[in-house]
Design a protein around this ligand. Structure first.
Ligand code: UGA
Length: 425
C-alpha cells in the first residue's frame, strides 16, 4: 500500500521504516529540510539500533523517501498517518498545536477518499474533535471523503524498530468498519493479535498502558527504597514477585526513576484530564511525585556520604535509556542539576547522548570515555545502564581520587566493583 507519514520523529520514522520492511511504499513528511536530506541519504537522524541499516535497505529498494511536499504525498497515498509530537505544556496539559496544524494541512490538500490515522498520543476525544473537526471544517464528509482511525504506538526508545516489527498487540480504533479494515490490511503479515476498538478507547488504551507501566516501575522503586533500609536486595524480591504470571517480570527494575519523553508527559496529561472532569487521580499524582523524588535520590545519597562543594563528580550515562541519544526527562538532568546546586564540578560521559545533553548544560566537562571522566573524580554516579558500563571493573575506577560509586540502574557487577552502592539496593 502507499502510505504517507506526517512527522519523521522517532515514532514516525520507526513506523515508516517498519512498514517499508513489510513492502509498503512510504512518503515521510517533515518540515525540517536537513532531516529530509539526511533520511534520503540513508542517514538516520536519531540513534536507534538497527534503524539506519533498515532505512538504507528501504531507500535502496525505492520503498521510502522523505519530502516536504505534502500535496504530492497525499495524492499518491491510500493511508495518511499523523505522528507529530503532543508535548506537555508547563501546566502538565497536552498541547495539541502540532496535531491541529498537521490535520488542517491535510484537510486543505485532501483529494478523494483516504484513511487518516492518528499515531500521535492524544487524549480521548482529540482525534474526533481536532482531526475530524478540521477535516469537516473544509466541507469534507466523513465516510465519503475520508476515513479516520486511531492506532497508538507502543515503542520503547532503544528498541523502537524491534517493538514495531514484533508488537505484543496492534490496536486499531475506528468508528467505521471500512477505515479500520484498510489499516488492518496494512498490518497483514505482522504476527500480533489485532484489537479493534472505538477511537476514544484506542486513545485511552495508550494512556492507560503508559500510566500502568509508570506505576509498575514506581512500585518497584518504592519497594526498593524500603528494601534498602532493610538490607534486602530488591532485585531478588522483584524476581520472586515477577514469577507470578498475574504480575510478570517486566518493568520491575527498580532504579533512579523513569525518564523519557512519554511517561511523565502522558501521566501528567491524564492526571490533568481527570481533574478537568472532576475526578482527582490520586494514584497518578503519587506516581509522578514519587518519581520526581526518586530522580533526586542519587544526589541525596552522595551528599549524605561526602561534601559536594568543590568536589569533582563524574556522571556516567546521560540518556534516559541505554541505546538512545535522547535525554528528555533523563535522571541525569536532575542529578547534574543537583550536583551543580551543591557547588560540585561535574564531568560527564555518555556513548551517544553528549551532544543533546550539551544543549541543556553547555558548561560541564565533557569526556571522551568513562575512564577519562573517572580520572581524579571524588565520586561517581551512573545514571544509565549502557552495556559499555556493565563491563567496567575495579581497575577502570582506579584513576578516581575518591571511592564512592552510586548507581541509579543496576549496571555494575558487584563481584568486580565491590564498593558500588545502588540507589535503592
Ligand atoms: C515508553 C513505553 O514503554 C512504550 O510502550 C511507549 O510507546 C512509549 O513510552 C511512548 O509512549 O512513546 P520509552 O519511554 O521510550 O517507552 O522507554 P521505556 O523503555 O519504557 O523506559 C522509560 C523509562 O523507564 C526509562 O527511564 C527506563 O530506565 C525506566 N524503566 C523502565 C525503569 O526504571 N524500570 C523498568 O523496569 C523499566
Amino acid at each position: 500500500m502507499n502510505v504517507c507519514i506526517v512527522g519523521a520523529g522517532y515514532v514516525g520514522l520507526s513506523t515508516a521504516v517498519g512498514f517499508a520492511e513489510h513492502g509498503h511504499r512510504i512518503a515521510c513528511i517533515d518540515i525540517d529540510q536537513k532531516r529530509i536530506n539526511d533520511i534520503n541519504s540513508g542517514i538516520c537522524p536519531i540513534f536507534e539500533p538497527g534503524m539506519e541499516e533498515a532505512l538504507k535497505r528501504s531507500i535502496g529498494k525505492g520503498l521510502l523517501k522523505a519530502t516536504p511536499d505534502l500535496k504530492a504525498a497525499i495524492a499518491s497515498s491510500d493511508v495518511i498517518f499523523i505522528s507529530v509530537p503532543t508535548p506537555c505544556d508547563e501546566n502538565g496539559k497536552m498541547n495539541t498545536r502540532f496535531i491541529d496544524r498537521a490535520s488542517k494541512d491535510i484537510a486543505s490538500l485532501l483529494d478523494g477518499y483516504k484513511v487518516i490515522v492518528v499515531k500521535s498520543t492524544v487524549l480521548p476525544g482529540a482525534t474526533e474533535t481536532i482531526v475530524k473537526g478540521n477535516l469537516e471544517a473544509t466541507g469534507k464528509i466523513y465516510g465519503r471523503d475520508f476515513g479516520l482511525c486511531m492506532n497508538p504506538e507502543f515503542l520503547r526508545e532503544g528498541h523502537a524498530l524491534e517493538d514495531f516489527l514484533k508488537p505484543d498487540r496492534i490496536v486499531i480504533g475506528s468508528s467505521d468498519k471500512k477505515a479500520g479494515d484498510v489499516v488492518e490490511k496494512l498490518y497483514n503479515g505482522f504476527s500480533a493479535p489485532i484489537l479493534r476498538t472505538g477511537i476514544k478507547t484506542a486513545e485511552m488504551i495508550k494512556y492507560a498502558s503508559n500510566s500502568f507501566l509508570a506505576t509498575k516501575i514506581t512500585f518497584a522503586n518504592e519497594m526498593g527504597n524500603i528494601c534498602k533500609l532493610l538490607g534486602i536486595d530488591v532485585y531478588k524480591v522483584m524476581e520472586g514477585v515477577g514469577m507470578d504470571r498475574r504480575i510478570n517480570p517486566h518493568f520491575l527494575r527498580a532504579g533512579c526513576g523513569f525518564g523519557g519523553s512519554c511517561f511523565v508527559k502522558d501521566v501528567s496529561a491524564l492526571l490533568n484530564k481527570g481533574r478537568e472532569l472532576g475526578h482527582e487521580p490520586r494514584l497518578l499524582d503519587a506516581v509522578l511525585k514519587v518519581n520526581a523524588e526518586q530522580r533526586k535520590r542519587m544526589v541525596h545519597q552522595l551528599k549524605a556520604r561526602t561534601e559536594l562543594k568543590g568536589r569533582r563528580i563524574a556522571v556516567l550515562g546521560l540518556a534516559f535509556n541505554p541505546d538512545t541519544d535522547d535525554v528528555r526527562e533523563s535522571a541525569a538532568i536532575d542529578t547534574v542539576q543537583g550536583l551543580l546546586e551543591h557547588g560540585a564540578s561535574v564531568v560527564v560521559y555518555d556513548p551517544k547522548a553528549m551532544d543533546n545533553f550539551r544543549r541543556l548544560f553547555p558548561n560541564l566537562i565533557y569526556s571522551e570515555s568513562a575512564k577519562e571522566a573517572l580520572k581524579d573524580a571524588d565520586a561517581c554516579i551512573i545514571a544509565t545502564d549502557w552495556d559499555e558500563f556493565r563491563k567496567l571493573d575495579s581497575k577502570d575506577f582506579s584513576g578516581m581520587k575518591g571511592n564512592i560509586i552510586i548507581e541509579g540502574r543496576r549496571t555494575l557487577d558487584k563481584s568486580k566493583v565491590p564498593h558500588v552502592d545502588g540507589v535503592c539496593w
